[in-house]
Design a protein around this ligand. Structure first.
Ligand SMILES: Nc1ncnc2c1ncn2[C@@H]1O[C@H](COP(=O)(O)OP(=O)(O)OP(=O)(O)O)[C@@H](O)[C@H]1O
Length: 330
């Protein structure tokens, strides 16, 4: 539904040239929720703005719903953009207008007549749970309600794709959860494809089907979330399962095991110690609900000979568990 191929963008800042997007390729399937995560300055905003050509790439192609946007200009581009909704961290609403007035604005610009606008805004406000606030002014609303208006406005033209630029970053945790729940419902009920950028791993964990990690204008890891969590050496794992710093080196081997949909690591640990005559200590465990499944990562310290440790790791892998050797005994 969204494909970026080898997209690059360089800005000229006072301090010199900044390569905000460096050969970025990305593919979002129809109906998917795709999250791009990264620190401030990684290039996330430039990436999402490139998808609807708010930021025109220097090179590469952007295709949305079969239309190559990088090849369009003027009226063609405006038409194609109507199929792409966007929501923002600061909502970007017109404060002086009513809720309904904000939702109808894009339809007014698109030349939709008054009666059709009214019908459509009523429909969409019901979808986001704001029917009883239709006549309220924007400044009277809470942050969560404002974002619901933002979502309703973005969906008024019936887009296939919704772009979300840090849509929950200005909201408290409870309101964030309700907005993420709404996005999930719209994805399921309307088949809406969602591409979002965020610096919060919790947003990715609770909402996304797939994710990409950006650093210095590049995508350094990407894939379906359920594949990423079982990748032993995933770059996103430390943030997906925060286990803290490794202890100081003390001549032992440290491994991390990923469990998907498994209730407890206890039998694995005791069996490991028994079978391989190793000392096994549990250094930490993090369990998260990812994609609706309980997924966990356990960090274990193994004390034994190199051969015992190798045999233990092979045994765990043989049981279908993902094992990363995060520190070798020296
Ligand atoms: N219009 C611009 N002119 C000059 N430099 C820019 C411009 N827009 C972005 N940059 C630079 O490009 C790099 C990527 O910025 P971008 O805003 O895409 O990152 P980000 O990951 O979205 O960060 P944040 O979360 O802080 O917005 C940064 O170094 C930024 O300073």
């Amino acid at each position: 539904m969204i494909t970026l191929e080898q997209v690059s963008k360089t800005f000229t800042a006072r301090s010199g040239q900044v390569r905000a997007l460096d050969d970025v390729s990305l593919h979002v399937e129809p109906g998917e929720i795709y999250g791009v995560i990264g620190r401030s300055g990684a290039g996330k905003s430039t990436l999402i703005r490139a998808v609807n050509m708010l930021e025109r790439p220097d090179s590469g192609t952007v295709t949305v719903d079969g239309v190559e946007l990088t090849g369009l200009d003027g009226a063609q581009l405006r038409r194609a953009r109507q199929r792409i909704g966007m929501i923002f961290q600061q909502f970007n609403l017109l404060e002086s207008r009513t809720v309904r007035g904000n939702v109808e604005l894009a339809l007014e610009i698109a030349g939709v007549d008054r009666a059709a606008r009214r019908t459509r805004s009523a429909e969409i406000l019901e979808l986001v749970g704001l029917t009883d606030r239709a006549g309220a002014r924007v400044f009277e609303l809470s942050g969560g309600q404002k974002q619901r208006v933002g979502i309703a406005r973005a969906l008024a033209g019936n887009p296939k794709v919704l772009l979300s630029d840090e849509a929950t970053s200005a909201l408290d945790p409870e309101t964030t959860a309700s907005i993420l729940g709404l996005l999930r419902r719209l994805n399921e009920d309307l088949g809406l494809t969602i591409l979002l950028i965020t610096h919060e791993m919790d947003v990715v964990k609770s909402l996304c089907d797939s994710a990409a990690l950006m650093r210095d204008g590049r995508i350094v890891e990407s894939g379906r979330l359920d594949d990423i969590v079982v990748r032993g050496e995933s770059l996103m794992s430390p943030d997906l399962f925060p286990l803290g710093e490794l202890p100081d080196a003390r001549g032992t081997t440290i491994i991390e095991i990923t469990f998907v949909g498994l209730a407890s690591e206890e039998p694995v640990i005791s069996r490991l110690a028994r079978t391989h005559e190793l000392d096994v200590s549990l250094l930490g465990a993090a369990i998260e609900t990812i994609h609706g499944r309980q997924t966990g990562r356990t960090r274990l310290e193994l004390t034994g000979s190199a051969a015992q440790v190798d045999a233990a790791v092979a045994d765990l892998r043989g049981q279908g568990l993902t094992v990363a050797r995060v520190r070798e005994a020296r």
